[in-house]
Ligand binder design. Structure first.
Ligand code: NAD
Length: 369
């Protein structure tokens, strides 16, 4: 590996103390002393990820709360507002969204819209002087991603990309085992993540999604290979294919398979699909042992197993229930705002995945937006 332990700890944000705790024990609680006011999130887009995961997480959080909503459906927004004690004056439409600038209840926006809308709503939030927590993938193009970073920098506002696995204890434990040298020299990584997508979803529209399964769920394997190695790839090879000719894949790819060679020599091979149920996992093979995380990217039930020479078998399920990962994510960003700290999964981190995914599409001969 290229990084020293100190470099890695800084990069991934794991404290030595935290790494010695069991996953369940690592959910942070409000520390004693003067409690800081909760960070007020304006939820932009009332869909599955925001209503089923992020907003329920804010409800149980001690650092984050929902204070405003942006939706194209007033009735749905009013129903959610009643559930979260959001006053009617804090419900916005996509048209009057810029008026969030005048609302002191809002510290940050959480952007949970189709991918192609992330850039516009991030830039408008930055112009309104609000911090931005934006869902993955951060945008549909490298150019838009850079524009988002630039807008937030110009407004002196923080930008975090919602890579929840980078805050999740079993993923962090896997990284720590590697950095501690427990697996010896890392040789190879395998990872996959996919599911069967239904016709009619915006994820199958090139205009709205920017790409197919790679942009949506393959990104978890891409990001994992980068945080597991702590390196950026130096060589990539990729294939894409469409097998089901039923109209779902007229605009985006159905399958992508890619390999990445890292500077240390580690080779990673990854797959993603919209044509089959493909449980998210990674396996890391080293000269002294092997890590197998499965599920590795799900909302709950994550399970780490490791076989290390001369050591007892490691079998560590994370028993925390959804939406605990979203509490960790929302609260880490809340602390970044309160403590004026740069998010670990910042805009540049999102941009790097965008650059590598663009390269994969180019090598696989897939046209991008
Ligand atoms: P969704 O379809 O359930 O919700 C999308 C929301 O955007 C809806 O409220 C919809 O009304 C609104 N919208 C506004 N304009 C739209 C348009 N032109 N077409 C379609 N919807 C429009 O989607 P989702 O699954 O909640 O995904 C939203 C974002 O969150 C995506 O970027 C996705 O990649 C990301 N996501 C992240 C995770 C995670 O674990 N971090 C999981 C799922 C989705």
């Amino acid at each position: 590996m290229n990084l020293t332990r100190r470099e890695f700890t800084r990069a991934i944000g794991v404290s030595a103390a935290a790494s010695s705790l069991t996953p369940a024990a690592r959910i942070p609680t409000q520390s004693a002393g003067t409690p800081q006011p909760k960070v007020g999130y304006c939820i932009v887009g009332l869909g599955r990820i925001s209503m089923d995961h992020f907003m329920p997480a804010c409800r149980i959080s001690q650092r984050s709360q929902v204070t405003a909503l942006v939706s194209g459906h007033r009735e749905k927004a009013e129903k959610m507002a009643a559930q979260y004690n959001v006053p009617s004056k804090n419900i916005y439409s996509y048209e009057n969204y810029n008026q969030i600038a005048d609302n002191k209840d809002i510290d940050a926006v959480y952007i949970a819209l189709p991918n192609s809308m992330h850039a516009e709503y991030t830039i408008r939030a930055a112009n309104a002087e609000k911090h931005v927590l934006c869902e993955k993938p951060m945008a549909t193009t490298v150019k838009d991603s850079q524009a988002m970073i630039d807008a937030c920098k110009a407004a002196n506002k923080k930008l975090m990309i919602a890579y929840r696995c980078q805050y999740e204890p079993t993923n962090l434990r896997a990284v720590q085992l590697i950095r501690d040298g427990k697996l010896g020299t890392i040789q190879a990584i395998e990872s996959a993540n996919g599911f069967k997508e239904h016709a009619g979803e915006w994820r199958l529209s090139r205009k709205l999604a920017g790409g197919g399964p790679l942009m949506d769920v393959g990104i978890y394997s891409m990001n994992a290979c980068r945080y597991l190695t702590g390196e950026e790839p130096v060589h990539i090879a990729a294939y894409a294919s469409v097998i089901d000719r039923d109209g779902r894949f007229n605009e985006v790819e159905e399958n992508v398979s890619w390999t990445m060679k890292f500077p240390s020599g580690v080779v990673a091979s990854c797959n993603t699909t919209y044509g089959a149920e493909m449980p998210g996992f990674f396996r890391v093979h080293g000269s002294k042992g092997m890590i197998h995380m499965e599920p590795a990217f799900a909302y709950q039930g994550l399970h780490l197993k490791a076989q290390i020479q001369g050591e007892p078998f490691i079998d560590e399920p994370n028993n925390q229930k959804d939406p605990y990962q979203f509490v960790l994510e929302a609260d880490d960003f809340a602390q970044c705002i309160r403590q004026n700290r740069e998010p670990k999964a910042n805009g540049e981190e999102g941009l790097r995945d965008m650059q590598w995914m663009a390269e994969i599409y180019k090598l696989a001969g897939v046209k991008q937006a």
